[in-house]
Structures are given as structure tokens and as C-alpha cells.
Write a protein that binds this ligand. Structure first.
Ligand code: NDP
Length: 487
């Protein structure tokens, strides 16, 4: 399967295929759970299959953790907390985190290929974004481990204990790094539950953790579906829950742990506004819009899924955007020229198709560039809806796919009102030449992150998190450390 330009056949300039070799990574036929420093078979005796979403080819059988497995993992984490990791000085913990970071860098190509195979995202994203950022998170937090006493948390900040961490499928390794690195830097031990459709990079990370020689039980990885996540959340031996995923499950978790005294951080959905004023640098804004919603097939919680264009430039901006979208290349995630990869699962594709059908039924105008979709696998073309009104489902609900809803505004006040007219509040983008307007907007936008003249920029030093139904608590930076410290 090659990568094909979305340009009309015959009118575009075709690239030769440039596939990354999948030989660099050895995928095992079967994966066990990672508990107490070892790979162990699940007590359930059950396994599930993880697929390559670009081809529907089975990649591996992965252990299905049950209650007894979660019990074992939490007991191992408790023991490591009480006997080794929890007692270790920060400067010693730092050495292990540096080691993990370095091994991720050394094995970066292996991680990048594995992530693209299991998730469907383009290799240029795993290679240039997911994997380097995952290593950066471990490097950054390694630097903090011996400095916590000087960071304004008091002279002797204490960890919370055992952290139960549940992550989604959109950035599998990166989300594991976001969860594990701050927890470990602050002296907590962890039980991590990866998403059912993307467990493989977390299991490769388990090998890295073995290679880095962390005390057994410091990190445990239990694979399985939502039931394993539920068991972990409900487990009385867990002191803190960190969750990234849907708002619906986030609410369920909040209900499940109410009154238990467990600490909780939730990083949930979003419906961000990417706001373009008439004085914006148009070419950069078009790139920012594309990056905002088509990066990672739009499977991004902070995706700029609502474009708010100032009315005077809306038509010309849309024309430029459409011309740019005709050059995007959709296809084989392992091809280095691919811009848009596969949708992660059949279930997610169904959800995208359902919301797109609702957009058409409600009267918005749907547009996609001419696009040949591969015959096998889960695919959706880049899609733009114009004529969207605020009441449309495609303007309100998180689609989590390569679908942009375009709305217009006349004044900055109207832009702010429309941007904030959402139950979410994770991120926003502002495109304008005027610095004063950026500050004016940033003060009024109810979003955890506001990007100015850029979009989807991430750095381990920068806190990330939401308002309202996008969750609470911050990940990254000093604020992210606070979420793993007692008090
Ligand atoms: P979920 O919120 O269901 O999944 C996130 C993680 O939680 C997965 O590991 C999942 O396991 C686990 N999980 C599921 N149910 C429970 C539970 N009751 N208790 C504890 N853990 C649980 O997201 P989905 O993958 O089902 O995606 C559904 C929608 O959520 C998407 O269409 C998208 O709109 C949104 N989403 C948002 C994300 C974000 O970052 N904001 C990330 C992912 C999804 P399992 O993989 O087995 O389901």
C-alpha cells in the first residue's frame, strides 16, 4: 500500500513510495502482563488481538488482565513503594529516569515503526513528534527528581503512593510518558493501563524499564479493555488516579471514586476554537489550521476542530485551505511522505461517520478533496464543513477525526463568545498580527492552553490541562509535579 496524494489523479505531482522498513521492530506473537519487573501470563488465561488499523492485519495477541491480575500489579507497586522506590533519594530516581530517556532515544526508530503499525498514525509523526517528546518527558522529569525540595512544595515534598494510570489510544507512548515520568520523578510507583487498541508501545516501554533496571514493581503494565481500567480505578490499594480519555468515562471515574479519598486528575475531551483574524499571516494560519485538525487524523483532545474565521476573510481563507488540503497525502502510515494515516479503529470510524452524517442532515456543507481511500483498513478523508451554526452537533461534540467545522465572526467579542460556547475548555488558537489582541483574547478564552500564531505545540515544561468538561489537574511543568505530591 503506497501513499496517494489527495490531488485529482493526473493533475498532481506524485511521489515515489518511501516506506520505512518494519523489520527494525520484532513483534512477538503473544504479550504477557508486566508485573513486578517480569512479563507474566494473565490469571484469566485470556488474550485479545491488536490490529494494524491501516490493513486490519492482526499484529499480536495481548494479555487480558482480570481482577486478580490488577490485584497482583497493585500489590507489586505497593511493595516497591514501601521498600525501594518510595524511599529512594531523588538524585537516585533521576538516574533511572535519565536511563529510560536515553534508551527510548536509542530505540526511537523501533518505537516509531511499532507505534505507526499499532495506531495507524504516519511515521513522520511518530518519528518526529511522539517518540522524541516521550523521551523529552523523561529527560525533563529526571531533572526535577532531585530538586523538588527547592520548587516551592515545602522542604520535604512527599509522594502520594501508588498511582493507577489509564491512557487512551491517540498518543500511546507519549501518554504513557506523560503519566509515568512525573509520577516516578516524585517517588510514586505506578500501575498503567494502556488502551485496548494500542498496547504494543507500552509493552516495548516495559522492556526499556527492565533494561533501565528499575526496582521490580516500580512500574507495572496491565493490558486489557475498559474492565481492567475500571478494576484499577476501583482498587482500594491505589492512592491516586490519573486518566486521559473521553469525558463520559472521566465522569464515571469521578463517580466511582467519590468519597474514597483517592486523588484524581482528569484530562478529557475538547472542541477547541482556532480563531483567525483578518490581519493574520494567512499562509501560516492555513498551516496552523491544517496542523490543528489534520495532525494525527484529528485524534487529538486539543485539536482545533472549530475554525472561527473573521467574516471579511472567511471565503478567501477557505479557498486557500481547500487548495492546501488537495496536496495532503493519505495512505500507508509507514510511508515517509504520508500526511494522513488510518483511523485507529472500526469503532472510531463509525463515530466519525455518524457525526459527519449528522452535519449533513443539519444542513452544513461538506467538502473533501478528491481522495482515493485504500480498500482495506479504516480510513476517512480530510473533511471541511462550512455553513456551520453553533447549534449543530458538529460544532458541539468532539468528533475526534479529520473533520473541521468552519464558523465565522465579525468582532473580537463575538469570537470570544463563540469560542467559549462549549462545555469543554482545553485549548484555543489565535491568529493575528497584533500582540495586544493576543493578550486580550488569551485573558478571555476559557481554555487551559491558548496558542498564538501557532498550534499543537507541546513541551514537557509547559502545563497542559482543561476547564469544565475537559477535566482538571495539569500535566507537565511544575504544576504537573504537584499532581503527584501529597499535600
Ligand atoms: P475511553 O475514554 O473509553 O478510553 C480511554 C481509556 O480508558 C482506555 O484505556 C479505556 O480502555 C479505558 N476505559 C474505558 N472505560 C473505562 C472505565 N469505565 N473505567 C476506567 N477505564 C476505562 O475512550 P475511547 O477509546 O472509547 O474513545 C471514545 C471517545 O472518547 C473518542 O471518540 C473520543 O471522542 C474520546 N477520546 C478522547 C481522548 C482525549 O484525549 N480527550 C482520548 C481518547 C478518546 P479501552 O481501550 O479498553 O476502551
Amino acid at each position: 500500500m503506497g501513499s496517494v496524494s489527495t490531488t485529482k489523479p493526473g493533475t498532481g505531482w506524485e511521489y515515489a513510495p518511501a516506506p520505512e522498513s518494519r523489520e527494525i521492530v520484532t513483534i512477538q506473537r503473544e504479550y504477557n502482563l508486566f508485573v513486578d519487573g517480569e512479563f507474566v501470563p494473565p490469571a484469566t488465561g485470556e488474550f485479545f488481538t491488536t490490529l494494524n488499523p491501516a490493513s486490519e492485519e492482526p499484529l499480536a495477541s495481548v494479555a487480558e488482565a482480570g481482577q486478580a491480575d490488577v490485584d497482583r500489579a497493585v500489590a507489586a507497586a505497593r511493595q516497591a513503594y514501601d521498600q525501594s522506590w518510595g524511599k529512594m533519594p531523588g538524585r537516585e530516581r533521576a538516574k533511572y529516569l535519565y536511563r529510560i530517556a536515553r534508551v527510548i532515544q536509542e530505540r526511537a526508530r523501533e518505537f516509531a515503526v511499532l507505534e505507526s503499525l499499532d495506531n495507524g498514525k504516519p511515521i513522520k509523526e511518530t518519528r518526529d513528534v511522539d517518540i522524541p517528546l516521550a523521551a523529552a518527558h523523561f529527560f525533563y522529569h529526571a531533572g526535577w527528581a532531585d530538586k523538588l525540595g527547592y520548587a516551592g512544595f515545602g522542604p520535604d515534598p512527599r509522594p502520594i503512593g501508588v498511582a493507577g494510570q489509564v491512557i487512551p489510544w491517540n498518543f500511546p507512548l507519549l501518554m504513557a510518558a506523560w503519566k509515568l515520568a512525573p509520577a516516578l520523578a516524585t517517588g510514586n510507583t505506578c500501575v498503567l493501563k494502556p488502551a485496548e487498541t494500542t498496547p504494543l508501545s507500552a509493552l516495548l516501554l516495559a522492556e526499556v524499564i527492565q533494561e533501565a533496571d528499575l526496582p521490580p514493581g516500580t512500574v507495572n503494565i496491565v493490558t486489557g479493555d475498559g474492565r481492567a481500567g475500571r478494576d484499577l480505578v476501583a482498587h482500594p490499594g491505589v492512592d491516586k488516579i490519573a486518566f486521559t480519555g473521553s469525558t463520559e468515562v472521566g465522569k464515571e471515574i469521578q463517580r466511582a471514586i467519590a468519597g474514597t479519598g483517592k486523588r484524581l486528575t482528569l484530562e478529557l475531551g475538547g472542541k477547541a476554537a482556532n480563531i483567525v483574524f483578518d490581519d493574520a499571516p494567512v499562509d501560516q494560519a492555513v498551516e496552523g489550521i491544517v496542523n490543528g485538525i489534520f495532525f494525527n487524523q484529528g485524534h487529538v483532545c486539543c485539536a482545533g476542530s472549530r475554525l472561527l474565521a473573521q467574516e471579511s476573510i472567511a471565503d478567501s481563507l477557505l479557498d486557500r485551505l481547500k487548495a492546501r488540503l488537495e496536496t495532503l497525502r493519505l495512505g500507508d502510515p509507514l510511508d515517509k511522505n504520508t500526511d494522513i494515516g488510518a483511523i485507529n479503529s472500526r469503532q472510531q470510524l463509525d463515530k466519525i461517520e455518524g457525526l459527519v452524517a449528522a452535519g449533513e442532515a443539519e444542513g452544513a456543507q461538506r467538502w473533501s478533496p478528491p481522495c482515493r481511500l485504500p480498500a482495506k483498513g479504516y480510513w476517512f478523508p480530510p473533511t471541511v464543513f462550512s455553513g456551520v451554526s453553533q447549534s449543530h452537533r458538529i460544532a458541539r461534540e468532539e468528533i475526534f477525526g479529520p473533520v473541521l467545522s468552519v464558523l465565522t465572526f465579525r468582532t473580537p467579542e463575538e469570537a470570544v463568545a463563540k469560542a467559549n460556547n462549549t462545555p469543554y475548555g482545553l485549548s484555543a488558537g489565535v491568529w493575528t498580527e497584533k500582540g495586544s489582541r493576543i493578550l486580550w483574547m488569551a485573558q478571555r478564552l476559557r481554555a487551559g492552553v491558548v496558542w498564538a500564531n501557532t498550534y499543537n505545540r507541546f513541551d514537557p515544561a509547559s502545563p497542559f490541562g482543561g476547564y469544565q468538561e475537559s477535566g482538571f489537574g495539569r500535566e507537565g511543568g511544575r504544576a504537573g509535579l504537584a499532581a503527584y505530591l501529597d499535600g
